[in-house]
Unconditional design. Sequence first.
Length: 286
Amino acid sequence: MHFLLNFEDLPANFFSYVHYLFNRRHENLLDYKRYHELKRILKNEKLDTFFQPIVDLKTSETFGFEALNRPTKSHLFSTTDAFYDFVGTTNMIFEFEKFCRNLSLQRYVARLNKETIIKKHYTLFLNIHPSILLDKNYHMGETMQLLNEMGVQPNQIVFELTERSAVTDYREFERVLSNYRSQGYRIAIDDVGSGYNSLKTLIYLRPEFIKLDCSLIQSIHQNDAAQKLVSLIYEYATQSNTKIIAEGIEQIEEIAYLQSIGIHFGQGYALGKPKTEITDGSIPNR
């Protein structure tokens, strides 16, 4: 006996399920390729390291640089955000963070010429995932040893923690950061004002630097709501002896407004783009 399959008799959700299975298979295959690409990147150091200047808005002097590690654009990782989002889903977060820390330090020192090292003492901002500092496998002594070999002091290093990364045990995190601070390291909280747990993060972690999210800075000279929020954060920073860094500055008018209210530092294309070499930033003429 032969049966003919009549697709019209199949329930509508059957086709949806087949479509779901097909997409899952495609996603699994893509993740497999991405995982092996990540392994290759780590093995061959296939990340480009850029350094973006952080400028003193009062003196126009370059205070320091943020190290930015970016993969080469490919069909597997169309954007830098897509790359880092994928890393966060793997079991290689710890290994990757350690790799980026060492790579940033090595390239930073290698690209500083001797004259620059003698004349200036820049501060280097290193991005780090909050969970890594709480990881028992993370030995800060390794960083100290690396710094000693390179002739860099811990007080020249700022660990930049993104505010988008959740901190659940604030008390424990506060204790861990106190230990790192006792060795000379400083802490910055990134993306402040981006809509996450800003106030709680600032109160418990008491960072030496607050980096205002670019969404607050964009056209701030024309945005009353952003101005009020930045003023509140500035008042808190003044009382807690914290310095503010405004990120994402792209207009001269933004610089002028930030200068007028006393914001300490700025970072953005208007002050200096990320470059592979160490290049001072500057405040453009109006």
